[in-house]
Design a protein around this ligand. Sequence first.
Ligand code: NDP
Length: 322
Amino acid sequence: MTDTRRVVILGSGPAGLTAAIYAARAQLFPLVIAGELSSTGDQPGGQLMLTTDVENFPGFANGIMGPELMQAFREQAARFGAESVTTKASRIDLSSRPFEIWTGKSGATTPSYGAETLIVATGAQSLMLDVPNEGRLLGYGVSTCATCDGFFFRDRPIAVVGGGDTAMEEALFLTRFARSVTVIHRRGELRASKVMQQRAFANERIDFLWNTSVTEVIGDTKVSGVRVQNTLTEDESTLQVEGLFVAIGHRPNTELFKGQLEMDDSGYLRTFERTRTNVDGVFACGDVQDDRYRQAITAAGSGCMAAIDAERWLDEREAPAG
Ligand code: NDP
């Protein structure tokens, strides 16, 4: 028999766990399908599990390590009765209620869980270069978030990889701290919007390395340089930098919902009336529906909103008639 819950939350980053705290305190006994670690980038706990110091999450005057912050979220949700399972949803059917969720690799005909309401908080992943030492030095000089980590690079030479708006935004932001910012782009022209290009070109602290790919990150315990190759001449050289910001785009984790939930052209879930999706009873929060702010605090805020919206949605349906 399918185990049907009033609230099922997919994802265990700041959005999912904040939704769990609120739903649990509302006595809805939420189930969190937390995800599981995979070589394709799945990361229970979300992107904060891949960072070191978090200095911009309010309430921690001296900062906190990303994994430690997520552990505190988990304990807080558990304290109020949220249940969590370390598995991944492999298939979802939103065509009728209760919604049906299959987990793990099982090819079972019966779904693992039913859900009267579903909160989608599956997050997004930064695209990575997939070059040697990049993963090992993530959080030790390799970063995917200038807003989070720029401050650690005061007066240091750093590089930003990418030629889109995110890369320009990161590079411009980083000039506040870094001694020098080198944008490394694989082609001879930027993809970024004209206005962002103009701003970046006008900034004297930004240099451009055109037609260049990063082939390796160098460093034992922290980044000391990057190996680069000219894509036209194939000449190789080393650039001495202490930080490498990878800004080559993000991918929202929405594969599971294709054909069921509305998405924009980049695959981010569309929300209407705050956290509601196009399917009645399905709510979305965090980076899976946000390509703009992408902060732990905004994800947590939208997780709170999704839980309140789900609670009200259930109340409206369960209130006695008349
Ligand atoms: P984009 O997809 O626009 O750009 C990605 C960049 O990374 C491209 O220049 C691409 O190169 C490069 N790239 C991709 N893969 C690799 C790789 N493996 N190795 C090296 N370089 C790579 O992503 P963004 O995150 O920049 O932007 C996403 C969307 O968000 C866009 O629509 C953008 O306009 C929007 N945005 C808007 C902002 C604003 O208005 N202020 C701020 C940030 C984002 P190539 O050009 O050769 O394909």
